[in-house]
Design a protein. Structure first.
Length: 169
């Protein structure tokens, strides 16, 4: 657990964003026992590679997608959509669901460790995820201006300079 929270320099590689998004969705849908897919995605064309630690960023995105999938499990409309867009030197992974949304009283504590209100889990997922995003020079936040009902979480990461291995230099 300490390794997950520790602030260490990410081991960055160049991530193909569209391929990465699809792989994260596949990972979340694996083991769903034949349930229909409720996760769709849209990736803006021609996004640059994302210089980031793929293991850490996968952990964040899979956590957001799983949370969203869980949030819609009792909803009449069960949809989760991942939008990936580029904005001003950043790539945003926007995970939107059609669940009940985040209760207003929970929002201030949402990213604090051990503050989760879910029946399962320790309440560490969003806290660790935000720490990973910030360690990459980005952020993770709840878009409070997003369409309701539902919730939209935004993972925002800088595009920065591409990473080159020693064999490429």
């Amino acid at each position: 657990m300490r390794e997950l929270v520790e602030k260490k320099e990410p081991e960055r590689t160049n991530i193909d964003v569209e391929e990465f998004a699809r792989a994260c969705i596949d990972l979340v849908e694996m083991g769903q026992g034949g349930k229909r897919s409720i996760i769709s995605y849209t990736v803006e064309p021609d996004l640059p590679f994302l210089p980031a630690d793929p293991v850490q960023i996968r952990q964040v995105l899979v956590n957001l997608l799983r949370n969203a999938r869980e949030a819609v499990s009792d909803s009449e409309t069960q949809e989760v959509h991942l939008f990936v867009v580029g904005t001003d030197g950043f790539i945003e992974f926007r995970v939107r669901d059609t669940g009940p949304g985040v209760p207003e009283e929970v929002v201030p504590e949402l990213f604090r460790a051990f503050s989760g209100k879910k029946q399962k889990g320790l309440g560490l997922g969003l806290a660790i995820s935000r720490s990973i995003a910030q360690n990459h020079g980005g952020d993770l936040f709840l878009d409070t201006n997003a369409i309701k009902p539902g919730a939209t979480f935004v993972l925002k990461l800088p595009t920065g300079k591409p990473v080159y291995s020693e064999s490429e230099s």
